[in-house]
Write a protein that binds this ligand. Structure first.
Ligand SMILES: Nc1ncnc2c1ncn2[C@@H]1O[C@H](COP(=O)(O)OP(=O)(O)OP(=O)(O)O)[C@@H](O)[C@H]1O
Ligand SMILES: [Mg+2]
Length: 129
C-alpha cells in the first residue's frame, strides 16, 4: 500500500479527543494541557522519557484517573462520566500481564468477561475444560 492510499484509508471521524487536559499531583502538573484528536484507523504513539506522563495520559483517556482540568471524549462517551460504558467498547493491551495470580485461568476469564458485559453463563459455555 502506498503512503497515499494508506492515508486515504484513515477516516476523519474523531474517535477520541482531549482538550486542555491537565493532571496535577500536588503542585506538579504531570500532564500540563494536552490537546489531541485520534481518528478512526489512526495509530498514535506517545513518546517521551520516563516520567513524561504517557501512562497518566492513557489512564486519563480510559477514565482510570480523574483529570484536574480539561475534557475527554472517547467513542462518543464523555470521560470519566461515562467511562464504564466506553471501556466496555474499548480494547486494551496492557504493558504487563495483568491477570490475577490468585485466580485460576477460568476465574480470570470470568472476571474479564464481566468487564465486557458477558454473563457468567455465557463465559462458562465458552470455556473449554
Ligand atoms: N498516583 C501518582 N501519584 C503521584 N505522582 C504520580 C502518580 N502517578 C504518576 N505520578 C508521577 O507522574 C509523572 C508521570 O508519570 P507517568 O507514569 O505518567 O510517566 P510515563 O511517561 O508513563 O513514564 P514511564 O516511561 O516510566 O512509563 C511521574 O513523575 C510520576 O512519578
Ligand atoms: Mg508509563
Amino acid at each position: 500500500m502506498t503512503e497515499e492510499t494508506a492515508a486515504a484509508t484513515v477516516g476523519r471521524e474523531v474517535i477520541a479527543s482531549a482538550r486542555g487536559l491537565v493532571k496535577r499531583y500536588g503542585a506538579t502538573a504531570v500532564v500540563a494541557g494536552v490537546d489531541l484528536d485520534i481518528h478512526r484507523g489512526e495509530c498514535l504513539a506517545l513518546l517521551g522519557p520516563n516520567g513524561a506522563g504517557k501512562t497518566t495520559t492513557l489512564r486519563l483517556l480510559l477514565g482510570l484517573t480523574p483529570p484536574s482540568a480539561g475534557t475527554i471524549d472517547v467513542l462518543g462517551h464523555p470521560v470519566p462520566a461515562e467511562a464504564r460504558a466506553m471501556r466496555a467498547r474499548a480494547g486494551i493491551v496492557p504493558q504487563f500481564d495483568s491477570l490475577d495470580p490468585d485466580f485460576t485461568v477460568s476465574e480470570n476469564l470470568l472476571t474479564y468477561g464481566s468487564y465486557f458485559g458477558l454473563s457468567r453463563r455465557r463465559v462458562t459455555e465458552r470455556l473449554d475444560y
